[in-house]
Design a protein around this ligand. Structure first.
Ligand SMILES: [Fe+2]
Length: 438
């Protein structure tokens, strides 16, 4: 008899684990000019963001003239095809490809040298900084670290106001400044001390909310450390404590996640995203009635580590707008799931169940996700949860080349794709978000 979890789903994790481990079934993915597509081809993606095409799904077989025309009229220069699932490009078209661009195709504007230089400088600068939550700073308190404000790709040091003793103090103006607050990576321990001091002196009725802020900011620092030193056993152990703190906090507040996740995200940082997804996933699991400590922990920990494989990707690729990624770079990005497994498997304290959110966070019910294209019941409950929470957090976060959509729009997007996401789980996730915004 198959081992089942509470929701009646197969939890033979070893099977999935093995399949992922050996990375079988690599598709024959080929980039071709959109103008050379034909009936019978299997589209495996567009060389542009999802929002810039008229298609709800980016993986499908071209079965009608109407679909072909839509591709031509979309303005997308290139598409990806899977030649194992559908027809290949005609030989004569392949020959033409090198000399002639297909009709009706707009040529993508390449960045100028100045733009490229500005972007490279930005990546270098942002990689040395850490995004912190403005709400973690208390007016009139003293700080012993530098602060920076970031708006789009501009990063400016803040001239801190000094008191009579010469200490730098947090002012109202600073807390209401437009943009994102950042600190030097090297100052993360000083920031940790500041948070500890603030939590100790806090005796207000808001203490749980402030405690959540401490848990969240500490979790971000920790995941950031882990990304710079992936697989470090001490950091992994600390992640376990963090996940336990998150679970306890959500249980104590009956599902309230206020301040446990970052709301105003002007840019994408993996550490912020990882903590958000972990908190959303645990809260959703609890709302679904999952009470087993082991199951909750596996969902929380696996979600916290779900993108750890991104640590193997060079920052200039990681921060690059999707539209400008080359074929090779897209392959690198998609490989983060296997890379993540390779990192996490080195740590002995991880159970196979903990790997499920990591393995399945880019899968969906239709089987059009990656790396395995799992369908329906083959997707574990933790995979169903994280496929929702990961997509939501990604869609609501801006990054160079991608303007975020509002929480309402992101939830509408998830609701509109019932074939991809588990509708019952989505309902619970919406309840969780509703509670925290009250
Ligand atoms: Fe991912």
């Amino acid at each position: 008899m198959k081992p089942m979890n509470k929701c009646g789903r197969d939890i033979r994790v070893g099977v999935i684990y093995e399949r992922v481990w050996h990375g079988k079934d690599k598709a024959m993915r080929k980039k071709i000019p959109a103008g050379t597509t034909r009936l019978g081809m299997y589209i495996d993606g567009f060389d542009t963001s999802w929002f810039k095409t008229p298609f709800l799904r980016h993986r499908f077989e071209i079965k009608s003239q109407d679909q072909l025309e839509k591709i031509m009229e979309s303005g997308v220069a290139y598409v990806y095809i899977d030649t194992e699932k559908g027809l290949d490009v005609l030989e004569e078209e392949a020959r033409k490809e090198s000399v002639e661009l297909p009709a009706k195709v707009k040529v993508q504007k390449l960045p100028t040298i100045a733009e490229e230089k500005a972007y490279t400088d930005y990546v270098k600068a942002v990689d040395d900084l850490l995004q912190i939550d403005k709400l973690s700073l208390v007016e009139a308190t003293v700080v012993d670290f530098d602060l920076f404000v970031k708006t789009d790709m501009n990063i400016v040091p803040i001239a801190l106001t000094r008191n009579k003793e010469g200490d730098a103090v947090i002012t109202k103006e600073l807390l209401t400044a437009t943009g994102e607050l950042m600190i030097n990576r090297a100052d993360s321990e000083k920031y940790r001390d500041y948070l500890r001091r603030a939590a100790k002196t806090d005796s207000s009725a808001q203490s749980q909310v402030n405690k959540n802020m401490l848990i969240k900011e500490n979790a971000k620092l920790l995941v950031h450390d882990l990304f710079n030193n992936p697989g470090n056993p001490a950091k992994m152990e600390a992640c376990k404590d963090t996940v336990e703190n998150v679970i306890t906090s959500i249980m104590d507040t009956k599902g309230l996640i206020t301040n446990l996740f970052t709301i105003n995200k002007y840019d994408f940082y993996i550490y912020t995203h990882s903590v958000n997804v972990s908190v959303f996933s645990v809260a959703t699991a609890l709302a679904m009635g999952i009470q087993s400590e082991g199951e909750l922990f596996a969902i929380g920990m696996g979600s916290l580590l779900h993108d750890i494989g991104m640590s193997t990707i060079p920052p200039e690729v990681l921060h690059k707008p999707f539209e400008r990624l080359t074929d090779f770079e897209i392959g690198l990005m998609r490989g983060h799931v296997y890379e993540g497994l390779d990192i996490v498997k080195l740590y002995k304290g991880i159970t196979p169940e903990t790997l499920l959110p990591l393995v399945e966070h880019h899968e969906n019910l239709m089987g059009t996700g990656y790396p395995m294209g799992l369908t329906g019941d083959k997707l574990h409950v933790s995979g169903r949860i994280i496929s929702i929470t990961n997509t939501y957090d990604t869609l609501t976060t801006s990054r160079p080349g991608f303007k975020s959509i509002t929480p309402y729009e992101a939830l509408a997007h998830l609701r509109d794709h019932k074939d991809l996401y588990d509708a019952d789980i989505l309902k619970e996730f919406i309840t969780v978000l509703g509670k925290s915004s009250q």
